[in-house]
Design a protein around this ligand. Structure first.
Ligand SMILES: Cc1cc2nc3c(=O)[nH]c(=O)nc-3n(C[C@H](O)[C@H](O)[C@H](O)COP(=O)(O)OP(=O)(O)OC[C@H]3O[C@@H](n4cnc5c(N)ncnc54)[C@H](O)[C@@H]3O)c2cc1C
Length: 415
């Protein structure tokens, strides 16, 4: 049986970059992928526009990966956001920076990112075996034996596992790498959804499905304790809420939801106005439109489809003229505008999450090389490694940076 120097498992961004770097350093690399194509998940990133990285500083990148985000320091230093951009720009791909430092290709197509990766793979003479699924790894004396099913085996001196997480499993990421690593003695931290829509207890949200609220303030609370509060855009769905702000905050909500069955959400529809300013605006508008019916009056403040919900919650007669609204009713309207209440009862499953949080425990990986501390010669790259970041291009940069470092480290250990 032929003995490879390095086999990389998984042709997502992490595995492709690991192969390219090892190939650039002169090693013969075999990349195996269970699909018949490269980067199936990469293709759907950023709504197929691919938010490839962020212009944030190194410190910010590490902060985005949580308390122990400095684990990724060596990887981000080895292959920074700037290096990533010039890596692609040198093959003619141009980028643009959008809000909050998010970087996208000017082409607005993730396919153009994959095209450049293919060019690099071919230049580095990477051999790719498609439709090949790693089932098991056996550590032998001086090499690894890879079981690829149907009595098909491969032998390699070094192996890089870049099989991703367990979300959007139709892209090929079904958690195989976790099973394989666990059998070799690795600990897998609990796999949880990251960047995931949230479910609400109120069934009527389905009547609001499709309504987008821009620039609103969300405050998640458990009892009197504030969990997190931030402004941004949300969208109502048939089961609850989604949208960029919800996805980003979901990582912080999931842990609370595990311990407490439900938590409260208050939506501030006018976060730019203080309570007394909102009250004055409401009083002024009531004076200006005194004969308008309540149900029509509220169109000034909230989307049409939310009005019947507001009527149900406040109990105000929809046909009441606004100059007959009592002080108590006015306060109830104010509460709705500044603290529209919802109950969060859960999230969609990890399958529907954009990333998997949890994975190979970072305590068992050397951050300088990404080599396993349990099995010499085994490396990890990408989402398979524990912890995830909010949206903004951080997760893809992590995949490219860890892929680069794992590829380089595997080569060095052969010399
Ligand atoms: C809808 C969506 C949008 C996203 N948008 C963004 C974005 O805009 N910006 C951002 O930063 N992040 C985004 N992400 C997250 C990002 O896609 C991931 O963090 C990234 O793809 C992880 O890369 P990876 O190489 O580690 O794993 P993956 O991309 O999951 O690749 C793993 C590969 O391994 C293969 N594989 C698995 N098991 C085996 C096996 N046993 N044998 C052989 N091959 C195997 C799989 O088929 C797959 O090709 C998005 C995710 C989703 C789902």
């Amino acid at each position: 049986m032929k003995l490879y120097d390095i086999v990389v498992v998984g042709a997502g961004p992490a595995g492709m970059m690991a192969s390219i770097r090892a190939g650039q350093l002169g090693k013969k690399v075999m990349l195996i992928e269970r699909n018949d194509t490269l980067g199936k998940k990469l293709k759907i990133t950023g709504s197929s526009r691919c938010n490839i990285t962020n212009t944030a500083s190194l410190d910010m990148f590490m902060e985005r990966f949580g308390k122990k985000g400095s684990f990724f320091r060596s990887a981000f230093v080895a292959f920074s956001n700037r290096r990533l951009i010039s890596f692609f720009e040198s093959k003619g791909l141009k980028f643009r920076e959008e809000t909050n430092g998010r970087v996208f290709p000017v082409s607005d197509r993730s396919r153009s990112v994959i095209k450049v990766l293919k060019e690099y793979l071919s230049e580095s003479n990477i051999k790719i075996n498609y439709n090949t699924r790693l089932k098991r790894i056996k550590k032998k004396e001086g090499y690894f034996s890879l079981d690829l099913g149907n009595d098909n085996y491969m032998a390699t001196k070094k192996i890089i596992l870049a099989t991703g997480g367990i979300s959007y499993s139709s892209t090929g990421s079904t958690g195989d790498g976790f099973n394989v690593a666990e059998k070799l003695g690795h600990k897998i931290t609990p796999l949880k959804p990251g960047l995931v829509p949230l479910k609400t207890g109120e069934e009527w949200v389905k009547d609001l499905q499709g309504i987008t609220l821009e620039g609103v303030g969300l405050t998640f609370k458990h009892g009197k304790k504030k969990i997190v509060s931030k402004n941004g855009n949300i969208i109502f769905t048939h089961f609850g809420i989604s949208g960029p702000l919800v996805l980003d905050l979901s990582n912080q909500i999931i842990d609370f939801l595990e311990k407490n069955k439900k938590i409260d959400l208050l939506i501030d529809l006018y976060p730019q106005m203080k309570n007394h300013e909102m009250k004055n605006k409401l009083i002024n508008e009531i004076e200006n439109r005194s004969k308008t019916e309540f149900k029509n009056f509220m169109k000034l403040f909230i989307p049409n489809r939310m009005i019947s919900i507001l009527i149900d919650i406040t109990g105000i007669n929809p046909k009441k003229k606004v100059n007959q609204i009592t002080k108590g009713e006015r306060n109830a309207i104010l509460t709705i505008l500044k603290a529209f209440p919802l109950t969060i009862t859960g999230s969609l499953p990890v399958e529907k999450a954009m990333v998997t949080c949890g994975g190979i425990s970072r305590n068992e990986i050397n951050p300088q090389t990404l080599e396993s501390k349990i099995v010499n010669g085994l490396y990890f790259a990408g989402e398979i490694i524990d912890f995830c970041a909010p949206s903004g291009g951080y997760n893809l940069q992590q995949a490219f940076s860890t892929g680069y470092l794992a590829g380089e480290s595997a080569v060095k250990s052969l010399e």
